[in-house]
Design a protein around this ligand. Structure first.
Ligand code: SAM
Length: 224
């Protein structure tokens, strides 16, 4: 059984698509998808030996070796054109790292579906998707423990996103669900403390102060 974050990621993968999970660590996602019959076959890519061993362990323990191929590789180098990968999952990493991995699509892309779960820099990742002719088709937020995670699904296509769409997510900000509201209220309060401290240090004219202030204004406008 998967925990809420990976469970939500798994549920967004198109059924019957051949999947590659890049940076999979334990291969829990691939094992779940294959065991559920959601996916027939999956490739698991890992850049580090320890996590690759974790993946192989899961696959062996569940006797899924025929259907899940664990490969030691940097990013999309785990995928070969003949694999016919349709959905690429990249979860549990910073948005900038995900962007860097996706930038190396070579002749592989565009993939029919990307399911991304960036822990940070979601705005930069959304901007990358738009610039590289992927359209965001779905977004979800999920809470696990104290953390709130954003999941972004994209498919080949054109899309124009506003500044606010990039920051808050075009679908997430339309829906403004409870996890979204909690995340941005929390972020606003955190930034307000930063601002207060800068003010105490007489830094009201510093670039940092103005940047933080601008972000707070942006969040307030979004939540209004
Ligand atoms: N995807 C899993 C999840 O969401 O629970 C595991 C996330 S884990 C925090 C990040 C994993 O990405 C690590 O195991 C790390 O070795 C791997 N990783 C980082 N950079 C990578 C790259 N360029 N190519 C493949 N794997 C990478």
């Amino acid at each position: 059984k998967l925990r809420p974050r990976l469970h939500a990621v798994a549920n967004l993968v198109f059924a019957k698509h051949k999947v590659a999970d890049i940076g999979s660590d334990h291969a829990y996602l691939a094992a779940f998808l294959v065991e559920q019959g959601h996916t027939d076959a999956a490739i698991v890519g890992e850049v580090a030996k320890g996590p690759l061993e974790n993946a192989k362990h899961t696959v062996a323990a569940q006797s899924l070796g025929q259907r899940i191929d664990c490969r030691l590789a940097d990013g999309l180098a785990a995928i070969r054109p003949e694999d016919g990968v349709e959905s690429v999952v990249i979860a549990g990493m910073g948005g900038l790292l995900i962007k860097k991995i996706l930038n190396d699509q070579r002749q592989l892309g565009p993939f029919k579906q990307l399911v991304l779960q960036p822990n940070t820099d979601q705005d930069a990742l959304r901007a990358w998707l738009v610039e590289n002719d992927y359209a965001i088709t779905k977004e979800e937020m999920v809470k696990e423990g104290v953390h709130r995670y954003e999941i972004i699904v994209a498919e080949p296509g054109k899309q124009t996103l506003s500044e606010a769409d990039l920051t808050f997510g075009p679908f997430l900000r339309l829906e403004k669900g409870p996890i979204f509201l909690a995340k941005w209220t929390h972020e606003k309060n955190r930034l307000q403390l930063v601002l207060d401290r800068l003010a105490e240090a007489n830094q009201q004219t510093s670039t940092k102060y103005l940047e933080v202030k601008e972000m707070i204004d942006k969040i307030e406008k979004e939540l209004a």
